[in-house]
Design a protein around this ligand. Structure first.
Ligand SMILES: [Fe+2]
Length: 348
C-alpha cells in the first residue's frame, strides 16, 4: 500500500469498549515508517493483545486503520468523518488523484530533463519528419495532470489521453494539434482544453453511422445526395452522444455539432455565422479540415500539412481548401510557420 495515503491514525480510546472489529488494525512504527498488521478483522482483542497495544503506543507507535476500510470503521465505531479531520482530508485523495500527483511529478521530471516545451519548434519538427509522436506524447503528459474531478468532461479527457494518446495516428494528430492550437490562442484553462480534447476525439463519431459508399469517397467526388448525407454526420454524432448518455459539457457537445460551421455562414448543419460559432468549435473544425484536406478526403489529392499552411499564409487560393475561420485562429495557425525558413523545405 502507498503508506501516507492508505492509512489514517486513530487512538486506543476510539476502539471504545468493543473487543472485535470488522476492520483491520495496524501499528505504525515511527522509527522505520513501517505499518504492520496488528489485529485482523474480527480477531478478538484479548486482554494480552490490548496490553501489548497500550505498551507499543506508550513508546511512540501509532494505531492505524487502512483508509479503504474507513467507512466500515466509522459505521462500526459510530463516528462521523468530521471526528477524524485527517481522514476527511485524505479521503479526498482518490486513486486517480494519486495518479494525477504522479503525472505532475513525471511532467516536472520531463521538463527538467528536456527543457520547456515549445509548441512551434515541435510542430516544425513534426512537419519535417512527418512524425507527431512528440506532440502527442507531450499533450498526453499535460492532460494527465488535469484534476479529473473537475467535471465529467475533464475526467473523460484524462481517460481518453491515458488510454489512446499512445501512438502517432491520424486521430491522435488531430487531438494533439487541436489541443496545442487552443493553447496557442491563449485558452489554457483545464475545462476548455478538456472540451477540445473530447470534442476532437468524438467529432467524427457520426461518420460511423453513414453508408460505406459515402465514406469511401473524397468529399468532392460525392453526388449531391451523398454530400447531403455526409453533412448529416455532425447531427448523427450529437444523436450518438445523447443516446450514449455520455456526460459532456455543453461546450464540448457544441464542438461535435458545430465543427463544420464557418464564419461566413456557409457551413453546416445550422449555417451559423460569425461570433455565434464558439472558438473551440472553430479550432477543432480548422484542424479537422487541415487533416482531411491533407489526406485527400476533400478533393482526392494528398498534400503535406506544411504546403497547406504555407498556401494559407500566402493567401493562395486552393480549390476545396476552406479556411473560413475566425482570423485569430488562422493567424495562430500560420504563425507556426516562418515563410523565410521554408525556402529550402519541400512544401508540395
Ligand atoms: Fe466532420
Amino acid at each position: 500500500m502507498d503508506k501516507e495515503f492508505d492509512f489514517f491514525f486513530i487512538e486506543i480510546k476510539n476502539l471504545k469498549s468493543r473487543k472485535t472489529f470488522p476492520f483491520q488494525l495496524y501499528i505504525y512504527n515511527p522509527r522505520n515508517h513501517e505499518y504492520s498488521l496488528f489485529l485482523n478483522g474480527n480477531q478478538p482483542l484479548s486482554k494480552e493483545i490490548e496490553s501489548l497495544l497500550k505498551e507499543l503506543c506508550s513508546t511512540g507507535a501509532q494505531l492505524a486503520v487502512p483508509r479503504k476500510q474507513s467507512r466500515t470503521f466509522l459505521k462500526a465505531q459510530e463516528y462521523s468523518i468530521d471526528d477524524f479531520p485527517a481522514l476527511a482530508k485524505t479521503s479526498e485523495l482518490h486513486q486517480l488523484e494519486k495518479e494525477q500527483l504522479m503525472y505532475q511529478k513525471l511532467k516536472e521530471i520531463y521538463d527538467d530533463k528536456e527543457g520547456a516545451f515549445i509548441f512551434k519548434s515541435h510542430f516544425e519538427q513534426a512537419l519535417d519528419n512527418n512524425d507527431f509522436s512528440n506532440l502527442i506524447h507531450y499533450a498526453k503528459l499535460e492532460i494527465l495532470t488535469f484534476g479529473f474531478s473537475t467535471s465529467h468532461t475533464v475526467s473523460l479527457a484524462v481517460f481518453l489521453a491515458k488510454d489512446f494518446l499512445n501512438e502517432d495516428n491520424y486521430l491522435n494528430r488531430i487531438v494533439a494539434l487541436s489541443y496545442f492550437l487552443t493553447k496557442n490562442n491563449n485558452i489554457k484553462d483545464v475545462e476548455s482544453l478538456s472540451d477540445v480534447v473530447c470534442g476532437a476525439f468524438l467529432s467524427q463519431i457520426g461518420i460511423t453511422q453513414l453508408p460505406y459508399s459515402v465514406i469511401e469517397k473524397s468529399f468532392n467526388h460525392l453526388s449531391e445526395v451523398e454530400r447531403d448525407l455526409y453533412k448529416k454526420h455532425t447531427l448523427l454524432g450529437s444523436h450518438f452522444i445523447k443516446k450514449s448518455h455520455l456526460q459532456l459539457s455543453d461546450r464540448c457537445k457544441k464542438i461535435i455539432e458545430d465543427h463544420h460551421e464557418r464564419i461566413s455562414g456557409e457551413g453546416y448543419p445550422a449555417m451559423k455565422a460569425g461570433d455565434s460559432i464558439d472558438t473551440l468549435s472553430s479550432i477543432v473544425g480548422c484542424v479537422y479540415h487541415l487533416f482531411e484536406f491533407s489526406s485527400g478526403k476533400i478533393n482526392g489529392n494528398r498534400q503535406t500539412l506544411r504546403s497547406i499552411i504555407v498556401n494559407v499564409k500566402r493567401n493562395n487560393y486552393v480549390s476545396g481548401l476552406d479556411m473560413n475561420f475566425d482570423q485569430s485562429i488562422v493567424s495562430s495557425l500560420t504563425s507556426l510557420i516562418e515563410l523565410e525558413t521554408i525556402k529550402n523545405k519541400k512544401v508540395a
